[in-house]
Design a protein around this ligand. Structure first.
Ligand SMILES: [Zn+2]
Length: 139
């Protein structure tokens, strides 16, 4: 897991075994797999609440890594509803939204994973993976 600071371009979206997790499924971590678009290898993804990921704001701040338009156009995030805007202007499912970079274990293709995590209502904690996209750094 790493942060991304250079401008990137998105390629294909990877197939994910499971995107939506709730309550006990997130303890101690949400566990899923994604299939590499390049070599077909199944990579394990573990998301530990409050440990895995970096704020998505770092990606779209000043269009540094990806622009807001690119994030919206690729349906990675949506515009946050007014009453939840304290989580940032772009989120997944109106919850605190994070991202991380990861590599395919087999061919080392680069991927970005975007997810949100938080309490949707009392007693219901959700973790939603918006998607995992293959990307390349722009020169
Ligand atoms: Zn691969």
């Amino acid at each position: 897991m790493y942060s991304i600071s250079k401008k990137i371009t998105l390629n294909k979206q990877a197939l994910i075994a499971k995107n939506h997790f709730s309550n006990d499924e997130i303890i101690p971590a949400a566990l899923t797999k994604f299939t590499c678009c390049n070599c077909g290898h199944q990579n394990i993804v573990e998301i530990f609440p409050y440990e895995t990921g970096f704020p998505i704001f770092q990606i779209y701040n000043e269009d540094k890594v990806l622009s807001k338009n690119e994030l919206l156009h690729n349906q990675i995030v949506t515009e946050t509803s007014q009453r939840m805007v304290h989580f940032g202007s772009l989120t997944v499912n109106d919850l605190p939204t994070l991202y991380f970079g990861t590599d395919c274990q087999a061919c080392h293709s680069k991927y970005i994973c975007v997810f949100s995590y938080g309490e949707k209502q009392p007693g219901l904690t959700l973790l939603n993976i918006s998607g995992i996209w293959q990307y390349e750094e722009l020169k």
